[in-house]
Ligand binder design. Structure first.
Ligand code: ATP
Ligand code: MG
Length: 313
């Protein structure tokens, strides 16, 4: 399995690469369409590890698609960037079977949109950077909260807590909703992003709850379809362990006031800290941590979608 871990996406120059993020590579299919390819790369504390997690890219892609379909069915009028998961014909025609399979399991074609330059975060529970701010000032993203909250506690209601979308290598900063509205610029668009973010969070949190998972917080990105009068479209990956904190409902209460075990990179983060490797470049993760992380991602996928990851046809 480990031999099929893909950290570099090589499309043999068949499509122009327009961007490469920590996890995904984006290729232009045409003016309106992108091939959105999730590698097996993993990042922690904003740094990408040297080796990847086998199966992660396929899993993130399948999970995002599961949610795009689920959310489109549940939320009237919600638009997403997902188009289909086939490969463009010229790519399919030119690559061998192996590469074709590798690409198909981790790719989707999406609408190419103008990305709104904020990270649209929603929090239902207080943890992470929100907890740090609250301890200092009693606020989260500048929003005043009741005193006496405990780490991991549910917030009185879910909050829209946006952050900046920093350039590669830089750190995103939490900002107030007002500040985010200013960055977005258009008031109608800003309102719509806040409304949709809260509605998507609520819809997904309900689904997660059914299977014993708490959606503590999550991050969305939105794009604008300028040709369609600035239609607001949900883009990027959605509701994956990379973009969300998933906690177990069963163990939540016992962990109030301390760190919650979560279905994501916790093993990796703990290991990095213990080894003094937090924030260091070129880290090679041990097989054991790779395997534990892969298991956690699979568990989250299987619980939330209710099925095992199927190989692509
Ligand atoms: P970033 O902080 O910019 O998200 P990242 O390292 O998280 O960087 P990845 O998640 O690996 O990046 O790559 C995804 C990139 O693709 C993001 O920059 C995201 O804004 C962009 N993106 C997502 N959907 C679309 C879309 N439909 N059209 C154009 N760009 C998109
Ligand atoms: Mg991203």
């Amino acid at each position: 399995m480990a031999s099929s871990t893909i950290v570099d996406i090589d499309l043999k120059g068949l499509l122009p690469k327009i961007a490469s993020g920590k996890v995904r590579d984006l290729f232009a299919v045409d003016d309106n369409t992108l091939l959105f390819v999730a590698s097996d790369r993993i990042s922690a504390y904003d740094v990408v590890m040297k080796n990847g997690i086998p199966g992660k890219g396929a899993l993130l892609t399948a999970m995002s698609i599961y949610w795009f379909k689920y959310l489109e069915a549940k939320i009237p009028g919600l638009k997403t960037h997902f188009l289909n998961r086939s490969l463009p014909e010229n790519v399919e025609a030119s690559v061998d079977q192996n590469l074709s399979k590798t690409l198909r399991e981790r790719s989707m074609q999406v609408r190419r949109l103008q990305i709104v330059p904020i990270e649209s975060i929603v929090r239902g529970y207080i943890t992470g950077s929100a907890w740090s701010e609250y301890q200092k000032s009693g606020t989260v993203n500048g929003i005043a909260l009741p005193s006496g909250l405990v780490e991991g506690q549910q917030l009185p209601k879910p909050l829209w807590t946006p952050s900046t979308k920093a350039e590669a290598g830089a750190k995103d900063e939490n900002i107030s909703p007002e500040n985010a509205r200013d960055i977005i610029g258009d008031e109608t668009v800003a309102k719509e992003i806040e409304r949709l973010s809260l509605e998507i969070y609520a819809t997904a949190a309900d689904r997660a709850e059914e299977v014993g998972i708490i959606l503590a917080d999550t991050k969305f990105e939105f794009g604008l379809d300028v040709a369609r009068g600035n239609q607001v479209v949900l883009v990027d990956e959605v509701l994956t362990p990379d973009s969300s904190r998933f906690w177990s409902k069963e163990t939540w209460e016992a962990h109030l006031g301390k760190q919650q075990p979560s279905f994501d990179k916790q093993f990796l983060r703990d290991w990095l800290v213990a080894q003094g490797l937090k924030g260091k470049n070129d880290v090679v993760v041990t097989d054991e941590i790779v395997e534990q992380t892969a298991v956690k991602y699979r568990e989250a996928y299987e619980l939330l979608t209710g099925g095992k990851l199927q190989p692509v046809a």
